[in-house]
Design a binder for this molecule. Sequence first.
Ligand code: CU
Length: 649
Amino acid sequence: MVTRRGLLAAGATGGAAALIPAGWAGRALAAAASLDARDIPKYVTPLRIPPAMPTVATDPERDTYEIAVRQFRQQILPPSWPRTTVWGYGSTAHPGSFGYPAPTIMARVGRPVRVTWVNQLVDDRGDYLPHLLPVDPTLHWANPAGGVEQRDRHGRWDGSPQGYRGPVPQVVHLHGAHSSQESDGHSEAWYLPVARNLPPDFAVSGSAYREFRSRFAERSGLRWAPGSATFEYANEQRPCTLWYHDHALGLTRENVYAGPAGFYLLGGGDEWPEEALPGPAPTRDDPPNASYHDIPLMIQDRSFTADGDLQYPTRYSSGDGPPVSVPGFSGSTIVVNGRTWPTLTVQRRRYRFRLLNGCNSRFLLLSVAANPTARPARPVLPVWQIGSDGGFLPEPVPHERVLLGPAQRVDAIVDFTDVPAGTELYLVNEGPDGMYGGGRPGVDFPPADPQTTGQVLRFVVTDAAGTDPSVPPEQLRLPSHPRLGAAQRVRRLSLNERRSGGSTVMLLGVLDERGRGLPLRWSDPVTEQPTLGDTEVWEVRNFTHHVHPVHLHQVQFELLGRGHSGRAQPGPGERGWMDTVLAYPWEVTRIKAHFDLPGRYAWHCHLLEHEDNEMMRPLNVLPRGGAAAGDGGASGGAGRPGTASTGAG
Ligand SMILES: [Cu+2]
């Protein structure tokens, strides 16, 4: 009998190749040699703390930004090693601001932020830049080469061994934000750069772009310029840690892998005195060498060629076919804030860390240990979780180990006050080097290679330079947490795997009349169509062997329960607002959300390789009284029809 443990072990042998299905007889493109991650010295570069993104205007109404994505070279590997060509965001008014990760957008609750996002993936002559990585043109993807008729559909391969080599679609999603549809960064609202040599028959924007451009113009009087989109974020939600990244249809995995991502820290609100927490974070007018005690950590896995370029697995369906998307990715190094295995000098005081799993498909199981390679890791300091994706928890939760799926955030405090100066501590990772099916490291799956991907960051403790006014985490009282009212509807949904063309495809879906998973693709009729103002319970049944991080746009939701019945209590770190929830194999994950913005959104798996290959479905919020054609969700259930919802901020 094949056990789950056996399957997982077979799929987790480490390295980028581990996620390519067994028996794959692909032809390797004359690929550059890989860099052996064991050869890269660790902890030789200081952690880079992204500065605050400069504005182009601040007035009583709002903060205004103009942010482009560009291609540049950056030192990601240690000094004296080759630099890496990446993409990243920065302020067009401040050419020195471009970085991977991007500068952090510092926002305040109740104060709108307006960003004009510009696709500047062009070279010095104004010609478009092709992708850094081979692109599978046969997926259901943006497909600009298909022209207006065939955009946002499956594309055709033109014979290039690199796949699609044309101009690259971009559209920015602010992950976790309560955004109106035209500002959400819908996957079909992408746009190409304004380039000298755009082929005339290409679509220059996605099929949703014009509609959202009109809506935004109606709302604000401002019309998007070609090669750009202007979005407005109301910041009417609880203070929290958001992040922004590319979301183009069928291309997100490779776009995000190339670098474009940044933090968006929403502070303020009248519910909580920020002085009680460790700070400050970077602000827009800091002096050089300011010191920070509120530090975002974007943790990602990356592989490199011997020349220092980003490496991403390429496989082929046959000897002379196009490059084909891979079902998962496991990089050979850990990169934090754009540097491999950095080191952070900390004082004997408390620090707030905004932990973000920015990996394509790697799950992280993090702890603070004195020995970087001992397994099981022996945690020496608790990681105090004070917040989840959407804001503060009801109370601080001490963790020995913190589990983070792709796109999830943990707002954490680590207290170094009692650690002797001179001590070296390590943030280590015991998540797997392959797909994650749940369970414990060393029991249900081998932990990540302790020599490489099992290590993240080194802390070097020094004496405190001043007093620490922050409140110890065990004494913190966090603001009370509003709960959603009764649901009007229960929706039964599924996560499925299906064989397709020799490999396994993961698909979202609904349930059929016998309670079995009925998988649906991105282009199938819309089934998730809540009515504006409604609160819904979503019961997501996972019929696959893998954990999938399920992300809903527009909302922050509550996790009601999990387990085989969906009634098991969420863990203590899951009792706040979330926008991405881990759905475990063969379990029911029950969430509750309130939909108070009309229009076209999406829900999807945040394993980027799944999301890009159909594991995404429309989420359309209909006006009250509107027809719900094709709406196949189950109604009634535990909901009490007619019960008014109390809503959520
Ligand atoms: Cu998935």
